[in-house]
Design a binder for this molecule. Structure first.
Ligand code: HEM
Length: 133
């Protein structure tokens, strides 16, 4: 089985517990090192942590936990009110790369996830650009 097949990625990431830890690292690193995008998140960001962890569960081929709690989502649309330019897109991906590293995932999993996450991140940037242009 390869990453991307069925729930291979979800399992390799440590299932629900692994993803929760990944998302905690992600937001901790964002708070420490990326204050601008961190400041865009509402409240104490506990809801954002819950949303991202649940979203990534389904996105990695595991249970669709985001939909179970929050209903359907259109990811670019959910970001359209933000001004995501190349800079913020790259900061988000860099922050995720550091969180993946902190998880000590195998290198091939780290690079697979960053490559795959670049697709929605770029789509978000494009939608934000078309909204503001
Ligand atoms: C491109 C850079 C990105 C930036 C700067 C960014 C930033 C944000 C911010 C600030 C929020 C909170 C919005 C609000 O509640 O007002 C948010 C929500 C969210 N983000 Fe991102 N994000 C990015 C990319 C991604 C990617 C690539 C994913 C998933 C693969 C993702 C998943 C989510 C999810 C699931 C939510 C919750 C949406 C909702 O329920 O409304 N984001 N993001």
């Amino acid at each position: 089985m390869q990453y991307g097949d069925a729930d291979t990625t979800y399992k390799a990431a440590g299932c629900a517990a692994g993803i929760l830890q990944l998302v905690d690292h992600f937001y901790d690193i964002m708070q420490e090192s990326y204050p601008v995008i961190f400041s865009w998140h509402p409240g104490d960001n506990s809801v954002s942590r819950d949303k991202l962890a649940r979203f990534l569960s389904g996105w990695m081929g595991g249970p669709r936990r985001y939909k179970d709690k929050y209903g359907p989502i259109n990811l670019p649309h959910a970001h359209a009110h933000l001004n995501v330019t190349l800079k913020e897109r790259d900061q988000w991906l860099e922050c995720m790369a550091k969180a993946l590293e902190r998880m000590q995932y195998p290198m091939d999993l780290q690079s697979y996830l960053i490559e795959q996450l670049t697709v929605p991140a770029e789509r978000i940037r494009q939608v934000c650009a078309s909204r503001t242009s």
